[in-house]
Design a protein around this ligand. Structure first.
Ligand code: PMP
Length: 305
């Protein structure tokens, strides 16, 4: 990943990809206190556009505030950095990774005077779980790892250290023959995937967990909006794992995962074991929106140049 051509925005300057390095005593590398975003840019008829750029930047700043990190740039500057990272790498579509991290001015938890750095990298990244997964759906396993409690490391921030928990869950799921993990909250209710929010459909109604143990997903919010526009009933509530077993449809949402159908959970086939009709409708609307095949929500697509 580090050995390639291209440019990375690093603290206000574009630097060659291979030179975008940092010291081994970088504080964030040791303790995981950092925040980041995952953003996508799509090809649209008007040119390459970043989907929901402002919302991602807002969440990055919220995450930093929660973690007491002062980003030394304005939101506009971070938006511009993301546009430049896509444009200057000549990418038609891209995954973007803005990240905020502490420097190497001190070691130990009591370190003070740590500099806050920001990078934005962008590269081409196709379907997160493969094109086939978007059509046929994936196999999911309930994790033995619990999702973060609101009062342990909190859940509103997209923080680097949170992804230890995601990786443990994902590794366990994959080694057990599944494609993704479903994590439960500390009380045992459905929270989210290792990097996705979850939705189920039962008797024509869509359900998703309230934002407590799960990340406040931007794709989740897009789906809420689309469901409403399509006249579909959507309820945010606590969900149990057995409700997922007996759902008619289930799907994950995320910037990377987009809208990925779930065909199986813990060996139980969900509904007809394939992408359900409501999932398909929302997925197709989602792809129309991100790729500008509709004029709707034009403010959600920021052209990179
Ligand atoms: N939950 C977790 C744990 C995630 O990492 C992500 C990806 N950022 C999501 C949910 C989905 O969030 P979004 O739709 O904003 O990408």
């Amino acid at each position: 990943m580090s050995d390639r051509d291209g440019l990375i925005w690093y603290d206000g300057k574009m630097v060659p990809w291979r030179d975008a390095t940092t010291h081994v005593l970088t504080h964030t590398l040791h303790y995981g206190m950092g925040v980041f975003e995952g953003v996508r840019a799509y090809e649209t008829p008007k040119g390459t556009a970043i989907f929901r750029l402002q919302e991602h930047t807002n969440r990055l700043f919220d995450s930093a505030k929660i973690m007491n990190m002062q980003i030394p740039f304005t939101k506009d500057e971070i938006n511009e950095a993301q546009r430049a990272a896509v444009a200057e790498n000549g990418l038609a579509s891209a995954y973007l990774r803005p990240m905020v991290f502490f420097g190497s001015e001190g070691m130990g938890l009591r370190a003070t005077g740590l500099k806050v750095h920001v990078i934005v990298a962008a590269w081409h990244w196709g379907a997160y779980m493969g094109e086939e997964a978007l059509k046929t759906g994936i196999k999911v396993r309930t994790s033995s790892f619990t999702r973060h409690h609101v009062n342990i490391s909190m859940t509103r921030a997209k923080a680097n250290g949170h992804y230890i928990n995601s990786m443990l869950a994902l590794q366990e799921a994959i080694s057990g023959g599944a494609d993704e993990a479903l994590l439960l909250d500390p009380e045992g209710y459905v929270a989210e995937g290792s990097g996705e929010n979850i939705f189920i459909v039962k008797d024509g109604v869509i359900y998703t967990p309230e934002v407590t143990a799960c990340l406040n997903g931007i794709t989740r919010n897009t789906i809420l909006t689309l469901a409403n526009e399509l006249g579909l009933k959507l309820v945010e509530k606590r969900i149990t794992r057995d409700e997922v077993y007996i759902a008619d449809e289930a799907f994950f949402t995320g910037t990377a995962a987009e809208v990925t159908p779930i065909r199986e959970l813990d060996g139980r086939v969900i509904g007809a074991g394939q992408r359900g009709p409501i999932t398909e409708k929302l997925q197709s609307r989602y792809f129309d929106l991100v790729s500008g095949r509709t004029e709707d929500h034009a403010q959600w697509r920021t052209l990179v140049k």
